[in-house]
Design a protein around this ligand. Structure first.
Ligand SMILES: Cc1ncc(COP(=O)(O)O)c(C=O)c1O
Length: 404
């Protein structure tokens, strides 16, 4: 057989890590395939079914022939629904040429960065952060500037923001409610960040609001351009149906912002993914247009699960956590386990070691804090039903009790 010439990959690929959350899911699947009983608390995806009225809208779209290419940035019906959503939920007025729909929030964020970040530009990313932001910035030739949030609140302080801004700063990425910490910025916290941003007119702000509707108790969601209208012209608000409607697989996100930026994102999308699935777009019109009455039940179930996780953590040696204000993650400190030894004598030197030990010993997949830029923590996603969650948390507790 002739030797194959070595395949040369482009340098841009070597700048990227494989998504750590996908890596955990893969490892869990491998162990399950070997016959191990494993529970994945590493997945950023709700286990609830997509609400029926949305599924019906998708069926109707298929039956009525809405199965062809649409306008790249979305159907007129969807763009109208997005414009109405921003007006009704967030008090933000956009024209239809200031909004775009795409195949998930993720590609929209990448396109926004592709459209604006030049080699050497800096993007401020508060840590802990959603795993994809730094890699996307690197892919665009930019420099991720990681700024640690306060460890008691997981919020970015105005002083830390001020100190991070330079003349090369292109974006601040603000993700509230936050993945992985569940931290929710209050109107006051946003206003304080807004004051800093108003002093630096060259900085754009990407508000990733994808967990907007998953807020606990009396928490109130707000987005930066609503609180500080003077910043609206340099904010890109990104949202989608993945989390609030349990539609991760439908791949439908949307964004609103300055017309020039939206037009550039449209051009990039026209040469890559083109329009989001026409069927998912029709489903999203239904999702965004109806009342979210199903959310009451979902939040009650998530509140119960959150309590299960926090209660188990309070009984687990070496772990600690405060209740998250939103989303479906607990970002638990595992500082008390670092330096401990496993029953077979291995030292847990960092949060990856702890996560690996829990997968091997307890059969539970969680994601280590280093993946989100703040250690030593574990992100525990409570997106499985209560009996499974209780069993998994008990297994974590027993595994931690065995450490010496
Ligand atoms: C903070 C954050 N932004 C964006 C996304 C991507 O959402 P989508 O499924 O719409 O691409 C996720 C998904 O995990 C997320 O956690």
């Amino acid at each position: 057989m002739l030797d194959q010439p070595p395949l040369q990959l482009a340098p841009r690929v070597s700048r990227l890590r494989r998504s750590p959350t996908a890596a955990i899911s893969q490892r869990v699947a491998e162990l399950a395939a070997q016959g191990r009983s494993v529970t994945n608390l590493g997945e950023g995806e709700l286990d609830f079914d997509t609400p029926q009225f949305i599924r019906e809208a998708a069926h109707a779209a298929i039956e009525s022939g809405q199965t062809k290419y649409t306008a790249v940035s979305g159907t007129p019906a969807l763009k109208d629904a997005i414009v109405r959503k921003f007006a009704d939920d967030n008090g933000l007025t956009y024209r239809t040429d200031e909004v775009i729909a795409g195949a998930g929030a993720k590609p929209l964020i990448l396109n926004a960065l592709m459209a604006t970040v030049s080699e050497g530009d800096e993007v401020i990313i508060p840590a802990p952060y959603w795993v994809s932001y730094p890699d996307m910035v690197s892919l665009c030739g930019g420099t991720p500037v990681i700024v640690e949030c306060a460890r008691d609140t997981f919020l970015l302080s105005p002083d830390a923001l001020e100190a991070a801004i330079t003349e090369r700063t292109c974006w601040l990425i603000l993700n509230s409610p936050n993945n992985p910490s569940g931290a929710l910025y209050s109107r006051e916290a946003l206003a304080a960040l807004g004051e800093v941003l108003l002093r630096h007119p060259h900085v754009l702000v990407l508000c990733d609001d994808i967990y907007e509707h998953l807020v606990y108790g009396n928490g109130v969601f707000a987005t930066l351009p609503e609180v500080v209208p003077a910043l609206k012209d340099r904010c890109l608000v990104v949202n989608g149906v993945s989390k609030a409607y349990s539609m991760t697989g439908w791949r439908l996100g949307y964004a609103a912002g300055p017309r020039t930026l939206i037009a550039a994102m449209d051009t990039l999308q026209s040469q890559s993914t083109t329009n989001a699935s026409s069927i998912s777009q029709a489903a999203a019109v239904a999702a965004l247009s109806e009342t979210r009455s199903f959310l009451g039940d979902w939040m009650a179930r998530l509140t119960e699960r959150r309590a299960i996780v926090l209660d188990a953590i309070s009984r687990t040696r070496g772990l600690s956590a405060d209740p998250p204000g939103a989303a479906f993650y607990v970002y638990a400190s595992c500082a008390g386990l670092i330096g401990c030894k496993t029953p077979d004598g291995r030292e847990l030197a960092n949060d990856l070691d702890v996560a690996t030990y829990l997968l091997d010993e307890a059969g539970v997949g969680v994601v280590h804090g280093a993946a989100f830029g703040m250690s030593p923590y574990l992100r525990i996603a409570f997106a499985v039903e209560t009996a499974t969650l209780k069993r998994a948390m008990d297994a974590i507790q027993s595994a931690c009790a065995k450490l010496v």
